[in-house]
Design a protein around this ligand. Structure first.
Ligand SMILES: Nc1nc2c(ncn2[C@@H]2O[C@H](COP(=O)(O)OP(=O)(O)O)[C@@H](O)[C@H]2O)c(=O)[nH]1
Ligand SMILES: [Mg+2]
Length: 416
């Protein structure tokens, strides 16, 4: 499968749900009028393009329709592809010219950071680069194991410490190792606990400080990984991280599993952060550098470009050997099995207890709970004071369900 076919395949859901519908809608119109643009705007919003961006697209279309003297609604499709592709332009490829250079990978839990790092490492290694992975997500042992598996698949070095180790210390070790071994690129995996923003941002800041101190002249990219299936929530996450962590680009994952691919447009247009890579599956070769033209063409279901592929492309497309195929399911099965075993051991212990033991335990538990409640109250007070001091906003972790949100938007619009 060529790169383009992969993207087209990955964007199938977005295409079917949104751009397929746009196509059908356009066919139902015999002339271009306000109703047509109204419906188009609504379909774009449903595709997580965002209200602001949907309006901008329609304004731009109206200008072009007038300028080109277009009267056939079917022509709108072509114009739409043009506008979208132009909108997405302007991102630079990653700048990683120094040896070593650093990619810091950040984002909330489960968006696909570790998987993306594995895929990125494999890409760089195929280009002949030497890669060191830093296991700076030390929050759970399983996270370190997962990165280890990816390092083996990709053929990268990995520097790790135990669970709970200081992430900045892992980064420090990785830099020393990369310097000693002559690595080209260090990729840093980080934890993503947005529910504790202060802690997370402090951790990222410390990692950044270590990098800047140890490699003051190195090229550094800070990539924020976003899960496309979360739609508009991904836009909110970008806002949160953009101010705090100095991101230089976005990796948008899981485009294969979602109809919300239009969120790429919202991120680029509303927040002006370039999308550098897109993830279109769980396999090691399912990461693509973001190409606005290809992306726009794939959204509209165009055929693959007809020019013959160059030899270089063919080598790049060649699938890695079978034993390099990720077994993500195995990792999760392992994690589940560990959790299950833990739970069973706990249950066995529970069964063996006497009545006095249970009573004593309950009293101890109640005392502990009281202590915790007190501590929580104190911490909340502290947080409030600090938030006041630094003028932090609270983190918005969820957005209303899309349908609710669309309803709100519609009713808001009708009131105008
Ligand atoms: N379908 C699909 N799944 C992905 C993609 N990227 C990551 N995943 C899956 O998302 C889940 C979480 O990924 P992980 O890398 O552990 O996320 P992290 O917590 O941010 O490190 C895993 O099951 C991955 O296989 C993608 O592009 N497409
Ligand atoms: Mg991870």
């Amino acid at each position: 499968m060529s790169f383009f076919e992969k993207i087209r395949d990955g964007l199938r859901k977005t295409r079917d749900a949104i751009f397929g519908r746009i196509d059908t809608m356009l066919k139902s119109f015999t002339k271009i009028d306000d109703d047509l643009f109204e419906e188009l705007e609504e379909l774009l919003v449903m595709g997580d393009v965002g209200i602001y961006t949907a309006q901008r697209i329609c304004e731009e279309l109206k200008v072009r329709v007038k300028k080109e003297g277009i009267t056939d609604p079917k022509e709108i499709n072509r114009l739409l592809a043009e506008v979208i592709s132009e909108m997405l332009k302007g991102g630079q490829p990653l700048k990683l010219d120094t040896k070593p250079s650093v990619i810091l990978v950040i984002g909330v839990n489960g968006v696909g950071k570790t998987t993306t790092i594995g895929k990125m490492a494999a890409n760089f290694i195929r280009q002949g680069k030497k890669v060191t992975l830093a296991a700076a997500d030390t929050f759970r042992a399983a996270a370190i194991d997962q990165l280890q598996i990816w390092a083996e698949r990709a053929g990268a070095d990995i520097i790790k410490q135990g669970e709970g180790a200081d992430p900045a210390a892992v980064v420090f070790d990785s830099i020393s190792s990369a310097k000693a071994k002559g690595s080209d690129i260090i990729i840093v995996d980080t934890a993503g606990r947005l529910h504790n923003k202060k802690h997370l941002m402090a951790e990222l800041e410390k990692i950044n400080r270590i990098i800047d101190r140890e490699l003051p002249d190195a090229d550094k990219e800070v990539l924020l990984v976003l899960d496309a299936t979360t739609g508009q929530n991904a836009v909110n996450q970008t806002k949160e991280f953009k101010t705090a962590a100095g991101i230089t680009g976005i990796v948008l994952t899981k485009l294969d599993g979602t109809a919300k691919g239009g969120v790429v447009l919202a991120i680029k247009e509303e927040l002006n952060v370039p999308v550098k890579y897109i993830g279109v599956g769980e396999q090691i070769d399912d990461l693509q550098p973001f190409d606005p033209d290809e992306f726009a063409r794939a959204l509209f279901g165009a055929e693959a470009p007809s020019e013959p592929e160059t030899e270089q492309q063919e080598t790049a497309d060649k699938p890695v050997e079978d034993d390099l195929k990720p077994a993500t399911a195995d990792i999760w099965a392992q994690i589940d099995a560990e959790a299950e075993a833990e739970k069973q051991a706990e249950e066995e212990k529970e069964k063996a207890k006497t009545e006095e033991e249970i009573l004593a335990e309950e009293q101890a538990k109640a005392a502990l709970e009281a202590e915790k409640a007190e501590e929580k109250k104190r911490k909340a007070e502290e947080r409030k004071n600090r938030a006041k001091k630094y003028n932090w906003s609270t983190v918005q972790e969820t957005t209303p369900a899309d349908s609710d949100w669309l309803e709100q938007w519609r009713s808001g619009k009708n009131e105008e």
